[in-house]
Design a protein around this ligand. Structure first.
Ligand SMILES: [Zn+2]
Length: 118
């Protein structure tokens, strides 16, 4: 099995609901997000790739145009803005375009990751 990843970066704000009173994540705040898309294949294509990294530029465009420097609650809905649900959102978006996608990881801070892997 061959496995590749590509990393994307953006900055945005969010505010989590349903948390206990006083939880810091309930306040409006922002993150420098890191999104890592993982793709895998048993066989390489004729070039020797799982998939050409340049194909994934569409995800960079989506992130730049729809998410970067925005309030994520407005874009993804109040229930969609945890790192876990964002990982699933990016997975669905990417898998619809590239069948080799196997997982997506989203990081909000240097010490935390959330992953969606079916
Ligand atoms: Zn947060």
């Amino acid at each position: 099995m061959y496995r590749i990843t590509k990393e994307f970066h953006f900055s945005a704000s969010h505010q989590l609901s349903g948390l206990r009173e006083g939880h810091p994540c309930a306040r409006l705040h922002g993150h420098n997000y890191v999104v890592v898309v993982e793709l895998a294949a048993v066989e390489l294509d004729e070039t020797g790739f799982v998939r050409d990294y340049h194909d994934l530029a569409a995800l960079k465009r989506y992130i730049d145009e729809e998410l970067d420097h925005r309030h994520l609650n407005d874009v993804l809905g109040d229930d969609g803005v945890t790192a876990e649900r964002m990982a699933k959102h990016f997975f669905d978006w990417a898998r619809a375009r590239w069948p080799e996608v196997t997982a997506v990881r989203v990081s909000e801070t240097p010490r935390t990751w959330a992953e969606y892997r079916p």
